[in-house]
Design a protein around this ligand. Sequence first.
Ligand SMILES: Cc1ncc(COP(=O)(O)O)c(C=O)c1O
Length: 389
Amino acid sequence: MSDDLLAWRKEFPILANTVYLISHSLGAMPARTRDNLALYADAWATRGIRAWEEGWWEMPVRTGDLIGKIIGAAPGEIVMQPNVSVCQSLVLSCFDWAAKRSKIVTDDLNFPSNLYIYRELQRTGARVVTVPSPDNITVPLDRMLAAIDEETQLVSVSHVIFRSSYLQDVAAITRRAHEMGAKVVVDIYHSAGVLPVDVHALGVDFATGGSVKWLCGGPGAGYLYIRRDLWTELRPRLTGWVAHRNPFAFDNGDMDYAEDSFRFLNGTPAIPALYAAHAGYEIIAEVGVENIRAKSIRQTTRLIELAQEAGFTVRSPIDAARRGGTVVIDDPNGHEITQELSRRDFLVDYRPGAGIRIAPHFYSTDEEMELVIREIRKLSPPLAARCDR
Ligand SMILES: Cc1ncc(COP(=O)(O)O)c(C=O)c1O
């Protein structure tokens, strides 16, 4: 079938010689990223210190605006940070965990980095309630809703779960949290750029994500959305001089937060990473997330059919409406298979407790779905033999 999105393939050099099905882990680099990094070097080399007032200072918020176009945030509502772990820590640092409202409600399929941060926060009085997954794929909505109570300060969930690609009902979770007087931080790392996300429509208080995966922006460009009407009441303890109302006064007195979203910054931003990330955001916005989602559903559905025909166990939701952009298939030799696939220029990954994760993106061909399953079948002899009988 004709597929207009394939015209983008020439923008991504690595697609010329690999079957690139790993955009849930590291999105392919756009060719324009090299030009953008050259712009960074030129600005530093030729403008020197003046580069700060000629764009660098505003860059953590102006770059966030490009992400805002993809996730429904208004200009100024997103600040760039080095990574999600810092964003999550910054959110937690806005609250008093020794107070009565000291629960963090989350689930055991949240990304481990987030869970580590919450558990360490228990030293300051926080209580972590972790809703278990019965199958390592889903988190039952009713159990999540029931765990949220009047002592809950923060509910933390992934929009799409990294291990299984399960899509959570964040709007319902947020409604319940707000009824109970709690706030919600949603990790949209595995939804932004591959399926429609609208942080305003979801109603969440905070959203965190990064650019390494579906946004094709590379490392060092994490982002944090904060609901605008909360800004003035939040005083993050994870802070620094860039968040000060008057940073160039270098005042040694108490912290006086900026009134706008600069108050959620801290130290000197990672400018080269922001230059590198722009191309990916622009391309995703131009391709259109609705188009990306339609193609993703078609290709992940086909992957599931092929995997099931070959006798593999699929460890992602079969229902496309509850599935993100990745398909996980189980194989006892998943780790070794993934390594051998890489030697053969098929790029996918393996996660313990999940399986082989395969992710087409808007630049993938339909044929690559057939090729990857055929290759995995070849490398999984006992299973292939079973199926051929
Ligand atoms: C859902 C999710 N959240 C957070 C992270 C970690 O983000 P960072 O390395 O930016 O802290 C990952 C990384 O894979 C992830 O998949």
